[in-house]
Design a protein around this ligand. Structure first.
Ligand code: ACO
Length: 325
């Protein structure tokens, strides 16, 4: 028995901000952003949109494809670091929106690896027989965590949500294995102080811009490439699968140079590394399920294909899933 993905869905806010739009108020250029990151535009949530709204839309799309009534769901796991509130969990709000009354719903905080951590968690519930149908979501409004005066970070992020519906099924198709890692020793290279318990809200903090994302870009770049590669290889080796047998690798969409470097280290041709970072920028936990939905709906993944999902995020966290589609 395996957890099989029977529906995928995604949602990106209507408003699109291009690099040229950024040039109007930021000391940057389209050329710099495209060369350094591959990003051309990002979706930005409307003022009246919160993360649960995006997550609900993505979940509805996935449920529709799966032909599953929300009332049948046993579990909702949501990867996000930008929930509507510190509490309740964003997943509780999505559960209410969907009227998924039976489902236990909770959030996971693993930054850009949040969806893979969620997928792995749901997979364990399927394996032990505790759930039959689950919904795993990655959703973020990253554009509210960045300082729009800081050109080194604000150009990198965007908003969106993606989701999958899984069902326990017999046969070869489904999640073959998941692999998760954490290295807390270098957390300071990428974090958001927000209004956490170490940095409670204060006027001084707001004046100093203390609550925005802080990132040592160069350092993060190197760790990201190594981690994305290592965890993908781990997933392949655990299943005795060669790179050649894999149809598609869908890494966390942070930036094109990270995707290219990961492909090279993995010795996998570029056409096997899925990328839509040009259109969405880095949507953190939402990036993999958005990419998966796009790859699936566009026919890039076919029944029986082997697909690797690999993520890296603040923490540092990393994770991979090998799926027989
Ligand atoms: N526009 C124009 N110039 C800029 C911009 C910008 N948006 N941002 C920075 N610069 C300038 C810098 O100020 C610096 O100028 P200086 O030489 O006069 O001091 C110059 O460009 C070079 O800056 P670097 O930081 O060295 O540029 P680099 O080539 O390393 O690219 C980048 C920066 C794109 C952030 C890169 O380090 C990177 O991609 N890092 C990974 C970041 C990332 O993707 N993080 C998230 C991944 S993990 C996750 O998603 C959790």
């Amino acid at each position: 028995m395996k957890a099989r993905i029977i529906g995928t869905g995604s949602y990106a806010p209507e408003k699109v901000v291009t690099n040229s739009d950024l040039e109007k108020f930021l000391d940057t250029t389209d050329e710099w952003i495209v060369t350094r990151t591959g990003i051309k535009q990002r979706h930005v949530a409307a003022d009246n949109e919160a993360t649960s709204d995006l997550a609900t839309r993505a979940a509805q799309n996935a449920l529709e494809m799966a032909g599953v009534d929300p009332a049948e769901l046993d579990l909702i796991v949501m990867g996000s670091v930008t929930g509507d509130f510190p509490f309740p969990a964003c997943a509780c709000l999505v559960q209410k929106n969907l009227a998924a009354k039976k489902a236990v719903a909770f959030d996971l905080s693993a930054a850009c690896s949040g969806f893979i951590f969620g997928l792995s968690t749901a997979d364990q519930y399927h394996k032990t027989g505790r759930v039959k149908k689950s919904l795993v979501i990655g959703a973020e409004i990253m554009t509210r965590t960045v300082n729009w005066d800081d050109r080194s970070t604000c150009v990198l992020f965007g908003d969106g949500a993606g989701a999958v519906v899984m069902e326990t099924m017999e046969g070869e198709r489904g999640i073959l294995s998941t692999h998760l890692h954490t290295d807390g020793s270098r957390w300071e290279l990428l974090y958001q102080a927000g209004f956490g318990s170490r940095t409670p809200p204060s006027h001084a903090g707001i004046d100093e811009g203390a609550y925005f994302i802080k990132m040592a870009g160069n350092e993060v770049f190197k760790v990201a490439v190594c981690s994305l590669t290592d965890v993908a290889i781990e997933a392949l080796e655990a299943n005795g699968v060669t790179r050649e047998e894999v149809a598609l690798i869908i890494p966390h969409q942070a930036n094109q140079r990270i995707l290219d470097a990961t492909g090279k280290r993995l010795k996998v041709p570029p056409e096997k590394i899925f990328s839509n970072v040009a259109s969405y920028a880095n949507t953190s936990a939402a990036s993999i399920p958005i990419a998966l939905d796009e790859a699936h709906r566009s026919g890039q993944i076919k029944e029986g294909d082997l697909v690797v999902l690999n993520a890296f995020g603040s923490g540092f966290t990393s994770g991979a899933a090998l799926i027989r589609w």
